[in-house]
Write a protein that binds this ligand. Structure first.
Ligand code: C5P
Length: 227
């Protein structure tokens, strides 16, 4: 079997990572969550006080970029890659609504994108990889053998994300989560550098009315055909 690159893009909270993990497991591929990389840099900026409610000192963040090292380490219990920010495991902290509120501003900075895209390109050098994000099929791997673009109604997506955060014990309201999902999509789709859009050769999957099982079955067929 030849190894391929599978690029998964789409709006916030469309279940990209769920599908990507399932696919990677079924194919014996590596899974890379690029959102975790942007979230880790956002967390760094928040901790340093570079970013807050209504301010963002982009210059300070840009100056610190060479000092920021993002890596993944496999959790031996789950087999899933977890994000390391300068050697510290930040997998839990980057998933909070607080980080979600600031990440899209950080992800709009070209110097941030340049750094992470370079690293992502290297990760795909040997293929056999499933990568999810916003610009994977358009910018990171424009020649990926299979591209998926996932979407669902904002209401469905906010409901899922809300339940997920509640389950993890976060004090959030549905309204706040919905606002965040809509706001991130807006910033991600309208930024100048690598805006979120469907690659012309990506297969669009609207999963508003699909069960996880049905969705995965469809996607696995696409993957096997591409390989
Ligand atoms: O995928 P996730 O929702 O965790 O991504 C968090 C944020 O990171 C997105 O809303 C977007 O602003 C940014 N992102 C990006 N490009 C990627 C992956 C994520 O701009 N490839």
């Amino acid at each position: 079997d030849k190894k391929i690159i599978i690029a998964i893009d789409g709006h916030s909270s469309t279940g990209k990572s769920t599908v990507a993990k399932q696919l990677a497991k079924a194919l014996g591929y590596i899974y890379i969550d690029t959102g975790a990389m942007y979230r880790s840099i956002a967390l760094y900026a928040m901790r340093k006080g570079f970013i807050g409610e209504s301010r963002f000192d982009q210059e300070k963040l840009e100056k610190d970029l060479p000092k920021i090292n993002i890596k993944f380490e496999i959790n031996p219990k789950t087999g899933i890659a977890e994000a390391l920010l300068n050697e510290e495991n930040v997998e839990r902290e980057i998933r909070t609504l607080e980080v979600s509120k600031h990440v899209s501003k950080v992800a709009a900075v070209s110097a941030v994108r340049k750094k992470l895209v370079e690293q992502q390109n290297q990760m795909g050098e040997n293929k056999g990889i499933v990568m999810d994000g916003r610009d994977i099929g358009t910018v990171v791997f424009p020649n990926a053998e299979l591209k998926l673009f996932m979407t669902a109604t904002a209401k469905d997506r906010a409901e899922r994300r809300y339940l997920e955060l509640k389950e993890r014990g976060e004090e959030v309201t549905y309204e706040d989560v919905l606002k965040n999902v809509v706001n991130r999509d807006h910033i991600d789709s309208t930024r100048k550098d690598s805006p979120l859009r469907k690659a012309s050769d990506a297969v669009k999957i609207d999963n508003s009315n699909l069960t996880l099982e049905d969705q995965f079955e469809q996607i696995l067929v696409l993957a096997r055909t591409a390989i």
